[in-house]
Design a protein around this ligand. Structure first.
Ligand code: HEC
Length: 204
């Protein structure tokens, strides 16, 4: 017999039982004023255990992101009052942030180079459409030499502007990361001076 009324009744009784038992089941049920039945209780109804949280430090006021500056480059005037070039500091900042691509001496031979110029690198072009960024095609260019950048750009000012431009990017250029939010103005300037420094820097 297909529609056995007894079977349907048993099913109804079972279902009613399930729903009436549900409120006694602690994990599935939330407090009043929320949905009557909830099989997965929502996290935002859980009580907060403030007393068990570690104390929080307030951020320093200057730490607030300056939304206005996003996307608008070159509004940073690199003329810092009382700026003093320190070749030791410049060298160290260069070593930490740039040398693994551009090399310790600025010869473009840092340890990351082989990955950047590999065919399998994310930055190599796609074989199918020739567009950069998908791998297995033409490798990305090697990190350029920086020791000769003044000579290549003709004079110190042009070279300065070029490095300035590269360091003032939010997102970087290809594999080169953006340093606008990573280094302070002063740090960026120390690095530029170090690269162009003819006595202690890369431009020896
Ligand atoms: C992850 C690797 C990587 C790091 C780290 C890196 N660069 Fe680069 N850099 C590159 C690559 C690759 C290019 C070539 C970008 C292009 O033209 O598409 C480049 C280009 C440049 C250029 C342009 C050179 C020219 O001849 O016009 C300058 C200047 C430069 N980088 C400076 C720096 C400085 C300064 C740092 C450190 C603060 C740095 N880079 C960190 C990979 C890197």
């Amino acid at each position: 017999m297909k529609n056995n009324p007894l079977k349907i009744n048993i099913l109804l009784i079972l279902l009613t039982g399930l729903f009436s038992l549900a409120p006694t089941c602690q994990s599935g049920i939330t407090q009043s004023t929320t949905y009557p039945i909830e099989l997965f209780s929502e996290m935002h109804y859980s009580p907060a255990y403030k007393s068990q949280e570690t104390p929080r430090l307030q951020p320093v006021p200057e730490a607030v992101v300056n939304i206005d500056s996003i996307g608008t480059e070159n509004q940073y005037d690199m003329t810092i009052e009382d700026f003093k070039y320190n070749h030791e500091l410049g060298k160290d900042l260069y070593r930490v942030n740039c040398s693994f691509c551009h090399g310790n001496e600025g010869l473009g031979d840092g340890p990351a180079k082989e990955y950047i110029i590999s065919e399998n690198s994310y930055y190599s072009t796609n074989k199918v459409d020739g567009l950069p960024g998908s791998g297995s095609g033409t490798p990305y260019i090697s990190p350029p030499q920086l020791n000769d950048i003044e000579g290549r750009y003709g004079n110190r000012d042009s070279a300065y502007n070029r490095i300035y431009q590269m360091l003032n990017s939010e997102i970087g250029f290809g594999p080169m990361p953006g340093f606008l939010r990573v280094l302070s103005e002063e740090e960026r300037k120390q690095i530029i001076e170090f690269i162009l420094d003819k006595d202690y820097g890369l431009n020896k």
